[in-house]
Design a protein around this ligand. Sequence first.
Ligand code: ARG
Length: 587
Amino acid sequence: MSLTATLSQMFGDAFASQGLDTSYGTVVVSARPDLAQFQCNGAMAAAKQAKKNPREVAQSVIDNLVDKTPFAELGLAGPGFVNITLTDEYLAEYIDSLDEESKFGTLTDEPKKIVVDYGGPNVAKELHVGHLRPAIIGESVKQTLRYLGNDVVGDVHLGDWGMPYGQLIADLEDRFPDWPYFDESKTDGYPETSPLAIEDLQVLYPQAALRAKEDEDFAARARAAVVELQAGRPGYRALWQHMRDISIAAMKKVYDRLNVHFELWYGESTINHRLKPMVKRVSDSGDAYESDGALVIEVMTDEDTKEIPPLLVLKSDGASLYTTWDLATIEDRVEEFGAEEILYFVDVRQGLHFEQVFRAAHKTGIAPPEVVLEHPGNGTVNGPDGKPFKTRDGGLLTLRELIDMVVERAAQRIEENALAAEFDDEEKGEIAEMVGVAALKYGDLQNHRSSNYIFDVDRFTSFDGKTGPYLLYGAVRMQSVLREAGGRGLAAGTVIAPTVDQERNLMLQLARLPEVVARTAEHRAPNHIAEYAYELVADFSRFYEVCHILREEDQARQASWLHLIELALAELRLLLSLLAIDVPERM
Ligand code: ARG
């Protein structure tokens, strides 16, 4: 159990002995570390409920606990706060009990089946800056929920079923009328390999879109093509499958570099077979009705103070759309996977879309009432002007270019700091990639997901301050101390009571991990882990500065310190793995 959970239980019992609820016993890390290590603020609320004096309630709690082992000091402050300081012996004993196997005191949640929908790229288009945040925030929260014991599956939810694919097919049919995909008398035996490369698609896609805008006749053919594709015309399906496959292969290269891995490469198309029956069901039930020729579901309720337009199920030409696919995808996730929670890591600007979809899903029973549907939206990556990041000529930077840019700067930084100097070029390159990707990811994840931030390659790649490179360097230093100690035949031993503040602070910091992981999962916000990882490395550095491990003569103390470093490294590695950031062996 985590340290605060253990303390909370003791305080809860103390409240209970006064006939008050145990929940008042919640203990948190002190907001004033100069005064105490922890605090319990429950007396105020408890007193209100019991119609008693809060200071008296707090005093009774203190009297009940003051002689118990963990406490060096319990102080009453202000209107009824209890300030808590632990004995060094108790703290050391607690820290000694932590290890990877016990998940550092983390309690696993009641396991839930959770789908994380993140990534959301579109077929035939290159990944761009806008795809960074959904991918890396989603990956991190997915890893965190999984660490807590949940059954989590990540789905990229490809955009693969809309008008662009009709436009591409119609355009290709004009260009290459002889391709077997367009021969209506054929129904199988299409080529195994794609006649198009990803580079072709990236050129053709915008051209086809432009053509559809300018040429109404072409646009009509594109609409017809999409209807035929969705209805399953074999040649169109085969061509579309090629486009999908080569797009996925190209996307994977970029996502791999970011350590983003999807269990499922489903997409809007995956649930095509569900559309007709679902539409029929919501029409029959009366949830969906016709409005101006379109089929809609009313999602506003009497409690709404702002307008929420009805959700569009079918357009007036009978075509399904983005909302329909998301609705049917919920049905699929509930029925096929038994999803109890579905989380959508998508730009905040899609908030209204998800609000409509979630309401419609619950209203129609597509999602049973207890299924949690949530859109933890993300803000944008901005340029120095505070507007969404663009290239110098105003174009959209591809994600690949963005990563390259940071990796290149990271390589310079490594050079400037005389790191990895004697390594061969291959290892140098690998380290630069790891440092660059860590810089990019940490620069992003340190912000709350919903806020926008300014992309600053110089700040992100610095080895000083709250950055990815600083954290990796911290991990590498811990590794090298342990290697050095191992080389001298020194081994970690029992953690003993701290004697200096820096050592005590590191221990208190090490004990905080479970709360931070839980908070990250609860708020779907990796910035809590990002911040904590930084504090941990900073506390390690302060400790390492005053506790000269390799020179220490007291063997028990030296062994205890080594234990602390092992623990710090194990926790740091875990935290970085929850951010999906790789750590080099050395640099
Ligand atoms: N492909 C969509 C877009 O480009 C994002 C998909 C987000 N996920 C979802 N289930 N709607 O805007």
